[in-house]
Design a protein around this ligand. Structure first.
Ligand SMILES: NC(=O)c1ccc[n+]([C@@H]2O[C@H](COP(=O)([O-])OP(=O)(O)OC[C@H]3O[C@@H](n4cnc5c(N)ncnc54)[C@H](O)[C@@H]3O)[C@@H](O)[C@H]2O)c1
Length: 304
């Protein structure tokens, strides 16, 4: 059993991590601007805190007696605030929260990055190859993506400062689907899962990627357990085994990303654009939820 601080624990992904890690026997403390009344946070210690206050953050981390940190708090949607604000807040939080955790003696530190670090929103973006993976060079094309690269680089920086006394990792969750979203609640960009499937233009900006938030909780549990004996300060994509699309991406990707016919040709069948092979190889993690099963379950559960 670990005692884990989750920043952003009241958010879309945070709530599922709190629920999933509590169910796996861990003690969770959520640090968030908001104290949430969401059912997933019932009985969980919640600290209301503005993490942009570095001193308050350091004090709260020191008082938490945690042995692990999962840092999620961020301005989580590209262009949802001015570019300079997104860069300043997300980058600042990376340094103050993770740096504060190191100084508080927390020895396992994990932070959420994003697949957007690869820059696939930009005009003329053509990758060298598919599937995209951790070796694909990051080329951020907006302040959100850049701030996520800063988070990954902050981990490298802290690792240089502490060496292996502290174990770190960054993870890049694909488009997160929270459990209630299979039943029709709006996803992060405001559309339902069904709408994203019916109109591929909605899912194309995320390259048809997705992951069930409960799978991210399973990933986080596996990662924290593995950190002491796996390579330090690694980055992992965390995505479903398939694409959020009804057609093969070999057909769909070139419709939205010009000049990608040749590189996308390998994305046959249900193959996703992002590989989750590194998490499988180094951690033994595999996703367990897929949209075909989840939508079928949701349909069966709806009243006739
Ligand atoms: N949802 C996705 O599809 C997705 C994909 C890739 C990466 N991510 C990353 O995962 C993390 C969580 O995303 P989410 O979708 O749950 O976002 P969210 O907006 O639902 O949750 C973020 C939480 O952080 C909190 N927060 C923000 N600023 C804060 C501050 N200054 N002090 C304290 N708390 C603060 C918010 O109150 C919120 O509860 C983010 O870092 C995001 O960039 C999310």
């Amino acid at each position: 059993m670990s005692r884990i601080v989750i920043t952003g624990g009241a958010g879309r992904l945070g709530r599922s991590l709190v629920a999933g890690l509590t169910a796996r026997g861990h003690e969770i403390v959520s640090f968030d601007l908001d104290v949430s009344d969401a059912s997933e946070l019932e009985g969980v210690a919640q600290i209301a805190i503005d993490l942009t206050d570095a001193t308050a953050t350091a004090d709260a981390l020191a008082a938490s007696h945690a042995d692990a940190l999962i840092h999620l708090a961020a301005i989580a949607v590209p262009f949802s605030a001015p570019e300079d604000v997104i860069l300043r807040v997300n980058s600042g939080l990376a340094v103050s929260v993770m740096g504060g955790a190191v100084r508080a003696g927390i020895r396992r530190i994990v932070a959420a990055s994003s697949p957007t670090v690869l820059g696939y929103g930009a005009d003329g973006w053509v990758p060298d190859r598919f599937p995209l993976d951790e070796r694909t060079p990051p080329k951020p094309s907006n302040a959100y993506a850049l701030s996520k690269l800063v988070i990954e680089q902050s981990i490298s920086m802290l690792h240089r400062q502490t060496g292996d006394d502290v174990r770190y990792a960054a993870f890049r969750p694909c488009y997160v689907i929270a459990p209630e979203e299979w039943d029709g609640a709006p996803t992060q960009q405001g559309h339902t899962v069904q709408e994203r499937l019916d109109d591929p233009a909605l899912s194309a900006p995320a390259l048809f990627n997705y992951v069930d938030a409960r799978d991210v909780a399973g990933f986080a549990d596996t990662l924290l357990a593995a950190l002491p004996h796996t390579p330090n300060a690694e980055t992992y994509f965390v995505g479903a085994d398939d694409a959020l699309a009804r057609q093969p991406l070999a057909d769909l990707v070139p419709q939205f990303f010009p000049d990608t016919e040749d590189v996308a040709a390998v994305l046959t069948g249900t193959s996703p654009a992002f590989s989750n092979a590194k998490a499988a190889e180094l951690l033994g993690w595999h996703p367990t939820y897929g949209w075909r099963d989840q939508l079928q379950i949701a349909r069966k559960e709806q009243p006739a």
